[in-house]
Design a protein around this ligand. Sequence first.
Ligand SMILES: [Zn+2]
Length: 241
Amino acid sequence: MNGPETHFSFAPELHLFVAAEHSVAHTPVVTDGSSTLGHVVESLGVPLTEVGRLVVDGAEVSVSHIPRAGENIEVYAIERPQRIPGAPLRFLLDVHLGTLARRLRLLGVDAAYTNEDPGDAALAALSAKERRVLLSRDRGLLRRREIWAGGFVYSDRPDDQLRDVLGRFAPTLAPWTRCTACNGPLADADKDSVRGHLQHGTQRTYDVFAQCTACGRVYWRGAHHARLEAIVEQALRDSAT
Ligand SMILES: [Zn+2]
């Protein structure tokens, strides 16, 4: 580009998105003189879903500001916890985040997800239609204009992903109230009413406690329960601090 030269300073949390030479403070950036600040920030690699305040020469501006020569531009990370307007807080996860989706559901957080990839356009449209926060590690997907709200998932490890999302959006937790398989709400159940769903060994060994009102799946305190209990306990501890 051959236009006004500005100086950008990106917050440390945003350095993973930008080229190495742009992660130093006051890095020179030549813009085209007509693009908005939002466009320039995106073109430098940072999804706007991750951007908080934009400050030009000490004054806060919006993404529609057009950078001019000599400006010092500071780009901050989104503030945590991030308040998403429009209750209730609901999520939509891309095809790579299945484990995170099941863990959010385990905690009672509404998390839509499908095993088959519906494609970026369909995911963005669903985010808009159902007002769901789209979670992804794909910057291209998060740049789509249609999405209602979005969040980049910073880690590829499910434990860190869960801590990241819970810390960022602070959803209300209601463990053991949602089906981890389909995201439907659970209802209390007793062994007699769901006997037809159980294998004989299960009937003898486990205490049934819930059934999904959407897919009919039955939940009992079984072999995986201790591991799931540990995930719930950790999430409740983290959210209390
Ligand atoms: Zn279900």
